[in-house]
Design a protein around this ligand. Structure first.
Ligand code: DAH
Length: 360
């Protein structure tokens, strides 16, 4: 027993010399002094020592324990001092004139797709509008022909703020503001052509194809003589540009209180090519862009005479578009903050949009 206590002290000394970091010392502490550590087992062996030797053996174990405790405290203090010194030295060695060696950042895939769409729509004469993420009941619902208690409100599980405002559930929430902004210009003979991309929020259960925070891009065009064919033309042109090929789309009737008639514009799933996969819930199609002809009540709410003017609106799912554009099978990747995954998207044809074109 006496030798064993000495052996243990020897073993500790060896290991302590090799310990270089405070984490190594912590490991040693557990190994020697922990509940299931060497010293504990030695204490248990004390039971088997003959009574007349117990006292001396106990004393030896205690000495060893004391020694190890002290040595750990001492070594830890030394290491800590060294570590702190290194930090200071490194800070002092910092030379701001040295060339930067860190990697450059990368654009988020949704930013890439958003910028691409902005560029395409700009080239077709649309302005790009910014709009707040916080809005109110009037803009998000009422002005869009969704009165209180309308069942359509249940389609969008809204996050309300304690201020009585809410987080916008769709980019349509900016329609009233933008229509008002360009009303007088419209009356002077200039059609309204505007897109307003933005982040939207809904209290949704998250899975591979649903997120509570996602991006849409709303578009409106209002003039004296607009028809559904104008809408189809703009959507087809834009999607073919984004995907650099003729995409297959279909229109289905869809109900939205702020358009009449309303449609669902579906795009054939580009991940599975229409075969069916988890992203398109095995249907081969993805709902990409609900749209329609702006409801007269929406124009009226903005002070525009529906007898004289007509327009179309669409709400493009930007997040969905990014999934298809880059073949991303799980929507959760976008908000994951996983830089390794998010930095792999690049776009050589991507041009940074010019800021002058942006209307705030
Ligand atoms: N705001 C609708 C939503 O997020 C989408 C939408 C439907 C927008 C039809 C439109 C439209 O502009 O015409 O559910």
């Amino acid at each position: 027993m006496l030798e064993k206590a000495e052996e243990l002290t020897g073993l500790f000394k060896n290991k302590a010399e090799q310990a270089k970091k405070s984490a190594d010392i912590e490991k040693l502490r557990v190994e020697f002094l922990g509940k299931k550590g060497h010293l504990s087992s030695l204490m248990q062996e004390l039971r088997n020592v003959p009574n007349d030797q117990k006292k001396e053996a106990g004393q030896k174990i205690n000495d060893a324990k004391q020694f190890i405790e002290n040595a750990i405290a001492k070594r830890l203090a030394e290491i800590k001092e060294f570590e702190e010194k290194m930090i200071v030295e490194q800070a002092e060695a910092y030379d701001e004139s040295m060339p930067v060696t860190t990697d450059f950042g990368s654009y988020h895939p949704i930013t890439l797709v958003k910028n691409e769409c902005e560029n395409i729509f700009r080239s077709m004469g649309f302005t790009v509008e910014d709009y707040s993420e916080i809005t109110d009941d009037y803009n998000c619902f009422e002005a869009l022909n969704i009165p209180k208690h309308h069942p359509a409100r249940d389609m969008q599980d809204t996050f309300y703020l304690s201020s009585g405002q809410l987080l916008k559930t769709h980019t349509s929430a900016a329609q009233n503001t933008i229509l008002r902004k360009y009303k007088s210009s419209l009356e002077k003979g200039n059609p309204i052509r505007a897109i307003f991309p933005g982040r939207c929020f809904r209290n949704e259960k998250i899975d591979a194809c649903h997120e509570n925070t996602f991006f849409q891009m709303e578009g409106i065009m209002v003039d004296k003589d607009i028809s559904i064919s104008n809408l189809i033309y703009f959507m087809k042109t834009m999607l073919s540009e984004v995907f650099q090929k003729d995409v297959t789309v279909r229109l289905r009737p869809g109900f939205f209180p702020f358009v009449e008639p309303g449609f669902e514009l579906d795009i054939q799933c580009l991940i599975c090519g229409g075969e069916g996969c988890s992203s398109c819930k095995n249907s081969g199609w993805l709902e990409l862009c609900p749209c329609g002809m702006i409801h007269p009540n929406v124009l009226m709410a903005a002070g525009i005479d529906p007898e004289e003017y007509i327009g179309f609106a669409f709400g493009l799912g930007l997040t969905r578009l990014a999934m298809m554009r880059y073949g991303v099978g799980d929507i959760r990747m976008f908000n994951s903050g996983n830089l390794k995954a998010l930095s792999q998207f690049t776009d050589k044809s991507f041009k940074k949009p010019e800021d002058e074109g942006r209307h705030n």
